[in-house]
Design a protein around this ligand. Structure first.
Ligand code: UD1
Ligand code: MG
Length: 428
């Protein structure tokens, strides 16, 4: 397929309609900032370079993209004043001159577009010289309308705020995704004007300018309009999150993960799950968690950052785990908190066990060995170590810095070795 020379992503806008201080493109969807999904779209086109236009919250956006490991091959360009989507492309002129090949423009607030749609966009550009994605959704949601000539050719894009009543009634809308011949774009860009309702330089006016120049842009009409969600409000964000969630769950199902009830299962982007694992209802699995094969998770389980379940581990009802390594065949099935803990193989964590990892100031680590038995209602006040084959009695409180040697049984409050407690009682 024809590949892009440069992909420009516009992400400098304020996102005022989100009613939030955070830059719009950093709002998280399934554990990943919105902009991450858009960078994936750009990468799928294998361009020579990706230009990310930043402005509002530019430092924050740049830092977040770098922190997420998404900055490779990305050139950040500052648009100091946000004078419109056309202006945002104008500030990229020096970068655009650098590479050959067509220029794709994406908006940072459209995270659901698929590689197939972008490929169709690039193919249309190769035929026509310029192309854009459109759709005919039920609700136009404030999108620009596509004006076509009688014989069907695209004539112009009219923004909702500038549209006449007849234009408002048009069903086909502009999705804000374009592919231009580089030279045609460079020649048209300086001719944008801001003579419109918002006094902004609109990228959408490029369509009419290109037609004047003898280039007839081709519209690619999306069949699945759900791809076309442009996120302008928190309501749109929730809608798009659900769509991304659906895609993530579909991928796991196709890979052999048994998800009993997708409707109540929340799995972030970037979670690895082995085939044959069962995910039971009402379960939340956060970004970066790794789950082996043949595990069982849920119902009502919350697996948080840094948690790893080895093959065959089972973490069940009302159990929360954070930075927990749960060994192969180990079970923690009921009402348990596992924080900052490494647990070996085939260990049983009894109902109501709490690993108390936080002393009010610092978090501490707990290590539990293989084949151990942690009795119901045990509180392990970190840091503690429980050796291989060791046992705690029901309701034991294992105080900080305790080390239960392999094979020993500790009981009581505070927990003491079973044998030593007996001796102490004999002396009375
Ligand atoms: C835009 C389109 C509209 C289309 C809709 C699809 C224009 C003029 N209108 O409207 O036809 O139907 O998207 O979602 O393009 N941005 C900048 N710098 C600026 C202004 C915006 O980088 O000066 C960025 C924003 O961060 C955002 C994107 O461009 O990612 C689109 O801006 P937005 O304000 O959301 O445009 P819409 O009103 O949605
Ligand atoms: Mg928008």
């Amino acid at each position: 397929m024809p590949r892009a020379g440069t992909v420009v992503i516009l992400a400098a806008g304020q996102g005022t309609r989100m009613k939030s201080r955070a830059p719009k493109v950093l709002h998280a969807m399934c554990g990943r900032p919105m902009i991450g999904y858009v960078l994936d779209q750009a990468r799928a086109l294998e361009p020579e370079r990706i230009v990310l236009v930043v402005g509002q919250g530019a430092d924050e956006v740049e830092a977040a993209v770098r922190d997420a490991g998404d900055a490779e091959g990305v050139v950040f360009v500052r648009q100091e004043e946000q004078l419109g989507t056309g202006h945002a492309v104008q500030v990229c002129l020096p970068e655009l001159r650098e590479s050959a090949g067509p220029v794709v423009v994406l908006y940072g607030d459209m995270p659901l577009l698929t590689e197939e749609s972008l490929t169709a966009l690039c193919e249309a550009q190769a035929r026509a010289g310029a192309s854009l994605l459109t759709a005919t959704p039920e609700r136009p949601r404030g999108f620009g309308r596509i004006v076509r000539a009688e014989e069907g050719a695209v004539r112009a894009i009219v923004e909702e705020k500038d549209a006449s009543p007849e234009e408002l009634a048009l069903r086909e809308v502009n999705l804000g995704v374009y592919c231009f011949d580089k030279d045609a774009l460079l020649s048209a860009l300086p001719r944008l004007s801001n003579d419109n309702a918002q006094s902004e330089y609109y990228i959408t006016d490029l369509i009419a300018i290109l037609i004047e120049d003898g280039v007839q842009p081709e519209a690619v009409v999306l069949e699945d309009e759900r791809e076309a969600i442009g996120i302008n409000t928190l309501g749109h964000l929730a809608e798009a999150r659900a769509a991304i969630q659906e895609r993530i769950l579909e991928r796991h199902l196709a890979a052999g993960v048994h998800i009993e009830d997708p409707a109540t299962t929340y799995i972030d982007h970037g979670v690895a799950i082995g085939a044959g694992t069962k995910i039971l209802p009402c379960t939340v699995i956060r970004a970066g968690v790794e789950i082996g094969s043949g595990c069982e998770v849920g119902p009502f389980t919350h697996l948080r950052v840094g948690t790893v379940l080895d093959d065959g581990a089972e973490v069940g009802n009302f159990t929360e785990a954070k930075k927990a390594r749960v060994g192969s065949g180990t079970k923690a099935k009921h009402l348990t908190y596992l924080g900052d803990v490494t647990i070996g193989r085939k260990t049983n964590i009894g109902a109501g066990t709490i690993v108390a990892n936080y002393d009010g100031k610092l978090k501490h680590k707990t290590v539990i060995g293989d084949n151990a038995f942690v009795g119901s209602g045990t509180v392990l006040i970190a840091p503690v170590r429980v050796g291989d084959g060791a046992l705690t009695g029901g309701g034991a409180v294992v105080t900080r810095n305790s080390e239960i040697p392999a094979g020993e049984a500790w009981v009581g409050v505070p927990a003491k070795p079973l044998a030593r407690r007996k001796n102490a009682e004999d002396e009375k």
